[in-house]
Write a protein that binds this ligand. Structure first.
Ligand code: HDE
Length: 692
């Protein structure tokens, strides 16, 4: 509200001039009002006939308030309902004009605003963040040539090759229709029944059963455009492209028991992590990497570039890092920005075009259609989060909630009576579709080149480290053990036999079923870029360390450790038996962030027990905290009598990898921080028999 209006509102005198039309009717002024701007005298009691009498229909303030509340919800997204958003910027490192005319990819001096929405796919809007699932990674670029949406996932392939199968896939993985069980989980009959009858899904199944499907954070996962897109340059030449987002923090994941527990302890684990990182200016960053393939070479590739169940191995076609995305602003309002953001794979800008991938083609229809269901109007594009930041000039008009029809008499084209709205050709920045040659007979058919459903599943499995393979085996053991139908389990084993002999043997053993034999294409070899564990872990940045304390702790020791953690760009929380402060030895006080009754080790990346915290030796929660961190392969540090505490918690295991002890925090910190950088210490033994 402007100063004059505020003063007028205060005095109760109407302002001389009308309220400027541009001012949105958001909360402003001191007094609570109705939607019509009438001040409300009592927001606690309805208007009623007598103190104990019935409410009166006349109470327009009450009826308006309840009416508005009754209509607060819009339909959640059919898939990807659970999500979190952030604003940011994108900048390309060098001009890609050789490949594309898209301005945001050719001008290294341009900073393009973006909005990113991360999501899980399966669960409903209130489901837990850490479910085993693919993650959505949708980016809206507000470019100078209009909006470009890159609506990707954190897994580079998809379950199906043709969009016509999508409704069945989604029905199968969602909760079963008769009892709406289970929520946000694929561990049930319907999903595995569908999958066992859909061999093309085997590659993606390997990814969803791997640790990629339980990321540690949105900040530590990759993103992929999945389909092959086209980049088109000023000469009209097309280069095929696969889009990748590479997180600068490296890739890290949870372990399954941790993810499982977090679903109950902190359903908002990923949402909170993203929010806190941005709020504390630890901005999540990703590099855009492109795999580029000249259109003329597509035929020679050992896979069909139109098949979304296939990757292009990075060893074959390198992913070139071309730009950087920085997420630097939390939304002001979840509903207005995150919930109302509307992505569409057909939001393309000049220089970026679709391909004939049948999944891509189907998505081109689905996204606009689904927005009509969510918003009830085509005017969702007028919502601030969806508006382009470049000029919009259209004769589209009216419909529910339209507020910016073009002014004047003329609303059609061509016209001679009003302002002209010229169309633009390619030279003037108009979107021109790439003239891809198309021929063929109309038929419901699938290309033979889409036919190999197992080789890349084998490639993925063979490229994993021992530990990663074990996790895939365990995930399949878990999921399939929840399947009631023996026939479905048996059919799944038949597919696994075509992926890897050891995989099928170990899964079958846990199901108590014989392992069938198959014909895995072991000659496919490996692609090291597919193994999360083999990729570099750049720093301790963004990790959260728990420091366990009690009365009598050495305050200087705590200060030294916190300083070392901060220097490594990580964060720490002091955890004690109670909130407030603990009395440190020597009379100082140490402030407490969390307690053993309101937090657990699964919420932290590492744990440290400083000198003087020995009193925790008899605290069962503190002992459990450290044991569980040990079980999840996390770094553990201690100094002074903190070491005695470790021995009480872990016995002889305190000599194992990733457990660091020393005399003082200052001398122990360097090795402890190194252990935090490494994140999980997989070579640690004795994790199975830790009682946690
Ligand atoms: Fe989506 N998908 N999808 N999808 N998808 C939706 O659109 C659809 C696919 C992806 O944060 C819906 O606005 C079809 C692949 C993301 O708002 C819907 C097919 C990939 C998001 C839809 C696919 C995705 C969606 C539901 C098969 C990875 C969330 C709500 C042909 C490249 C975007 C909505 C956000 C959302 C349809 C397959 C990614 C129903 C028909 C492959 C990240 O339109």
């Amino acid at each position: 509200m402007h100063g004059g209006e505020a003063a007028a509102a205060e005095s109760g005198v109407a302002p001389a001039a009308a309220v400027p039309a541009a001012d949105p009717p958001v909360a402003s002024g001191r007094f609570l009002t109705t939607n019509q701007g009438v001040r409300i005298s009592d927001n606690q009691n309805t208007l009623r006939a007598g103190a104990r009498g019935p409410s009166l229909l006349e109470d327009f303030a009450f009826r308006e308030k309840i009416m508005h509340f009754d209509h607060e919800r819009i339909p959640e997204r059919a898939v990807h309902a659970r999500g979190s958003g952030a604003h940011g910027v994108f900048r390309v490192y060098r001009s890609l004009s050789q490949y594309t005319t898209a301005a945001f990819l050719t001008d290294p001096s341009a900073t393009t605003p973006v909005f990113v929405r991360f999501s899980t796919v399966n669960g409903s809007r209130g489901s837990a963040d850490t479910a085993r699932d693919a993650r959505g990674f949708a980016t809206k670029f507000y470019t100078s040539q209009g909006v470009f949406d890159l609506v990707g996932n954190n897994i580079p392939v998809f379950f199906i090759q043709d969009a016509i199968k999508f409704p069945d896939l989604v029905h199968a993985f969602k909760p079963e229709p008769h009892n709406e069980i289970p929520q946000a989980s694929t561990a049930h009959d319907n999903f595995w029944d569908f999958i066992s009858l859909t061999p093309e899904s085997m590659h993606m199944v390997m990814w969803t059963m791997s640790d990629r499907a339980i990321p540690r954070s949105y900040r530590t996962m990759e993103g992929f455009g999945v389909h092959t897109f086209r980049l088109v340059n000023a000469r009209g030449e097309s280069t095929l492209v696969k889009w990748h987002w590479k997180p600068l923090l490296g890739i890290s994941s949870l372990v399954w028991p941790e993810a499982h527990k977090l679903m109950g302890i902190d359903a908002d684990y990923h949402r909170r992590d993203l929010w806190d990182a941005i709020a504390t200016r630890n901005y999540p960053e990703y590099e855009l990497a492109l795999q580029l393939l000249p259109e003329s070479e597509a035929e020679k590739a050992p896979f069909d570039v139109l098949d979304s169940t296939k990757i292009w191995p990075e060893e074959l076609i390198p992913a070139q890092r071309v730009g950087r995305l920085t997420l630097n602003r939390n939304p002001d309002n979840f509903f207005e920005e995150t919930e109302q953001s509307a992505f569409h794979i057909g939001h393309l800008v000049p220089g970026i075009d679709a391909t004939e991938d049948p999944l891509f083609q189907g998505r081109l229809f689905s996204y606009l259609d689904t927005q009509l269901n969510r918003f009830g109007t085509p005017n969702f594009s007028q919502l601030p989060i969806n508006q382009p930041k470049s000029a919009v000039n259209t004769f589209n008009q009216d419909g529910f909630m339209r507020y910016n029809n073009r002014p004047g008499k003329v609303n059609y084209e061509p016209n001679s009576l009003g302002a002209r709205a010229d169309e633009a050709n390619a030279a003037q920045g108009g979107f021109v579709s790439y003239a891809a040659p198309v021929s063929g007979r109309k038929a419901r058919t699938r290309a033979e080149s889409f036919g190999d459903h197992y080789s890349q599943a084998t490639l993925f499995f063979q490229s994993q480290t021992e530990r990663e393979k074990k996790h895939i085996v365990m995930a399949l053991q878990f999921e399939l053990s929840k399947v009631q139908s023996a026939a479905v389990r048996q059919r799944m084993l038949g597919h696994l036999a075509n992926i890897d002999t050891r995989l099928v043997r170990e899964v079958a053993a846990a199901l108590g079923m014989p392992a069938p034999s198959g014909r895995p294409n072991t000659a496919i070899g490996t692609s090291p870029a597919l193994s999360e564990e083999s990729l570099p872990r750049p720093s301790a940045k963004g990790r959260l360390v728990a420091i366990l304390v009690a009365d009598g702790v050495d305050g200087a020791d705590v200060t030294a450790l916190k300083a070392a953690v901060t220097k490594a760009k990580a964060a720490s929380h002091v955890i004690a038996p109670h909130l407030g402060t603990v009395a440190a030895a020597g009379g100082s006080e140490v402030a407490v962030n969390a307690t053993f009754f309101n937090s657990e080790s699964v919420q932290y990346d590492a744990v440290y027990v400083p000198s003087g915290a020995g009193a925790l030796r008899t605290n069962a929660e503190a002992l459990h905290f450290v044991r569980e961190a040990y079980k999840h392969y996390k770094p553990i540090g201690a100094d002074g009598d903190g070491e005695a505490f470790l021995t009480a918690a872990l016995g002889s295991r305190s000599g194992q990898p990733g457990v660091v002890v020393g005399r003082t925090a200052a001398s122990t910190a360097p090795a402890f921080i190194d252990a935090v950088v490494a994140h999980r210490h997989w070579t640690r033994s004795g994790t199975e028999d830790v009682p946690a």
